[in-house]
Write a protein that binds this ligand. Structure first.
Ligand code: NAD
Ligand code: USQ
Length: 406
C-alpha cells in the first residue's frame, strides 16, 4: 500500500513509519516539524539525540534499502497544498498523528489553548475536506485518545466508542439508539480529540469516507524492533513536564535519582500501551478497513490499566527511587477506576506486551545512557489547569522538605 503518515516525525509516527516500511509498504511522511519548534520554545530536547528527519530517512534506506519520503507540509495552515498533495500522491491509506498532543502544553496559557484548537481541529478538518474534494478512496486511521471518555468511575467497562441507549418517544415507547460514548475531556488537548470525533462522524455519514479512530492510552517505552537497528534510527523520548508522559517520566526520574513526581494521591487510573504494540495495532487497523458508508470504526488501543501511585511504587521498588506526592497541577478526579474493553484488537491478533521489569529497565538504561542531556529544571510539571491551581505548583520537588516523602 502507499501510506501517508501525517506527523511521521513524532514519537509514535516515526516507529510506525519504520514498521510499515519494513512490511513493504511505500511510506510518505508528512510533517511540519512543529514539535521540533515547540522543543525550542520550551527550551527542552528529546532525551535521545534525534537526527533531522531527512537524515533518519537516509539511514533507514542505507540499512534496509527501503525508501521513506519526507514532505514538509502544515496540515492546519496550508489547505491548498494539502489538497494538491493528496491529488498528486493519491495514498491508499492515511495515518493521522499530526496534532499537538500534550495536555499540559494545551493548558499553559490562552495562547497555547488557541494554538492547540486551531492546529488540531483545522488539521483534521482540512484533511477530511481535501479527501472529499480530491475523491481519493483512502482509509483514514486517526490517533485519538482514551481521554475522550473522561475518568469518572461508573463501575462499567468503557465500550469501544459507541453506547447503546434507550429513549422514550412521544407515545411512551422505548426506542433503541446507538450514540458516540458521551465525551468528557479533561484538557483543551483532549477536547480537540472529542471535536475530531464529530468531524469523523459527519464525513463518514455525508461523504462515505472510510475512517478508523483509535482511542489510544498512554504510550510508554522507546524502542521498537526497527528503531533498534541503528543508533541514528532512535526514537524521540520526551521527559519534560509538558510532553513527558507519566510512566516514561517516572523511569527517567528513577534513572537520574530525581523523586518520582506523583500528582496528588496518585489515585488516577489510566490506560497504557507499549510503543511496540502501538505500531502493531496500527498495522492491524489498516488491514481491517471499514467500507464506504460504514460508521466510523472505533478501537480502544490499550492493553492494561494502572493507578499512578502503583506505577511509582513499582518503579521505586525496582530502582530504589524516592517518591514525592505533589499538589496536582491538573483539575482531574483524585481517584478513579477504569475498566476498558479492547476485544477488537485482541480478536485481530494483538498479543499484548504488558508491564514487566525487563522492558521497564530497558527505558531506565536508555535514560542512564543519555542522562547528560537531561535538564533537571525541566522535569517538574508546572502547567496548571486553573489560576488557583497555579498558586500551588511545586517547581522544585527536590526541595529539602519534600525529599523524604516516601
Ligand atoms: P508528537 O508530538 O511526538 O508527534 C506529533 C507530530 O505531528 C510531530 O512530529 C509534529 O511536528 C506533527 N504535527 C503537529 N501538527 C502538525 C501540523 N499542523 N501539520 C503537520 N504536522 C504536524 O506526538 P506523538 O506522541 O507521536 O502522538 C501522535 C498522535 O498520537 C497524537 O495525535 C496524539 O494525540 C496521539 N496519542 C499519543 C499518545 C502518547 O502517549 N504519545 C497517546 C495517545 C494518543
Ligand atoms: N501524572 C503524574 N505525574 C507526572 C505526570 C503525570 O502523576 O509527572 C499524572 C497526571 O496527573 C495524570 C496521569 O499521570 O493523572 C497521566 O498523565 P500523562 O501526562 O501521562 O497523560 P495525559 O496527559 O493523559 O496525555 C498522554 C498523551 C496524550 C494521550 C493521552 C492518552 O500525552 O497525547 O492522548 O496520554 S490518555 O491518558 O489515555 O487520554
Amino acid at each position: 500500500m502507499k501510506i501517508a503518515v501525517l506527523g511521521g516525525d513524532g514519537f509514535c509516527g516515526w516507529p510506525t513509519s519504520l514498521h510499515l516500511s519494513s512490511l513493504g509498504h511505500e511510506v510518505h511522511i508528512v510533517d511540519n516539524l512543529s514539535r521540533r519548534w515547540i522543543d525550542t520554545e520550551l527550551g527542552v530536547q528529546s532525551l535521545t539525540p534525534m537526527d533531522s528527519i531527512q537524515e533518519r530517512c537516509r539511514i533507514w534506506k542505507q540499512e534496509t534499502g527501503n525508501e521513506i519520503r519526507f514532505h514538509l507540509l502544515d496540515l492546519a495552515k496550508e489547505y491548498e497544498l494539502v489538497r494538491k498533495w493528496l491529488a498528486d500522491h493519491r495514498p491508499d491509506a492515511i495515518i493521522h498523528f499530526a496534532e499537538q498532543r500534550a495536555a499540559p502544553y494545551s493548558m499553559k496559557s490562552d495562547r497555547h489553548k488557541v494554538y492547540t484548537v486551531n492546529n488540531n481541529v483545522n488539521a483534521t478538518h482540512n484533511l477530511l475536506t481535501a479527501m472529499v474534494e480530491t475523491g481519493i478512496d483512502a482509509h483514514l486511521v486517526h490517533l485519538g485518545t482514551m481521554g475522550v471518555y473522561g475518568y469518572s468511575s461508573v463501575g462499567a467497562a468503557i465500550p469501544e466508542g459507541y453506547l447503546d441507549v434507550e429513549i422514550e418517544n412521544l407515545e411512551g415507547e422505548k426506542k433503541g439508539l446507538e450514540i458516540l460514548y458521551p465525551t468528557r475531556p479533561g484538557s483543551v488537548y483532549h477536547m480537540t480529540k472529542s471535536l475530531d470525533q464529530i468531524l469523523f462522524q459527519f464525513y463518514a455519514q455525508n461523504d462515505g469516507l472510510r475512517i478508523t479512530d483509535l482511542h489510544q492510552g498512554i504510550v510508554w517505552g522507546t524502542h521498537t524492533d526497527q528503531t533498534r537497528r541503528h543508533p541514528q534510527l532512535i526514537n524521540r523520548f520526551d521527559y519534560d513536564g509538558d510532553y513527558g508522559t507519566v510512566l516514561n517520566r517516572f523511569l527517567i526520574q528513577a534513572a537520574i535519582d530525581y523523586p518520582l513526581t506523583v500528582h496528588g494521591t496518585g489515585g488516577q487510573t489510566r490506560a497504557f500501551i507499549h510503543l511496540q504494540d502501538s505500531v502493531r495495532c496500527i498495522e492491524l487497523a489498516l488491514n481491517d478497513a471499514p467500507k464506504s458508508g460504514d460508521r466510523v470504526k472505533i478501537f480502544n488501543q490499550m492493553t492494561e490499566t494502572h493507578r499512578v501511585r502503583d506505577l511509582a511504587e513499582l518503579i521505586a521498588r525496582l530502582t530504589g527511587a524516592r517518591v514525592a506526592y505533589l499538589p496536582n497541577p491538573r483539575k482531574e478526579a483524585a481517584e478513579n477506576d477504569l475498566i476498558v474493553r479492547n476485544d477488537q484488537f485482541l480478536c485481530l491478533g494483538l498479543n499484548p506486551t504488558t508491564l514487566e521489569a525487563g522492558l521497564l529497565s530497558e527505558v531506565v538504561e536508555v535514560a542512564r545512557k543519555f542522562a547528560h542531556r537531561i535538564d533537571r529544571k525541566h522535569v517538574p510539571a508546572v502547567s496548571a489547569w486553573t489560576k488557583d491551581l497555579a498558586k500551588r505548583v511545586v517547581t522544585d520537588p527536590e526541595a529539602p522538605h519534600l525529599k523524604s516523602v516516601s
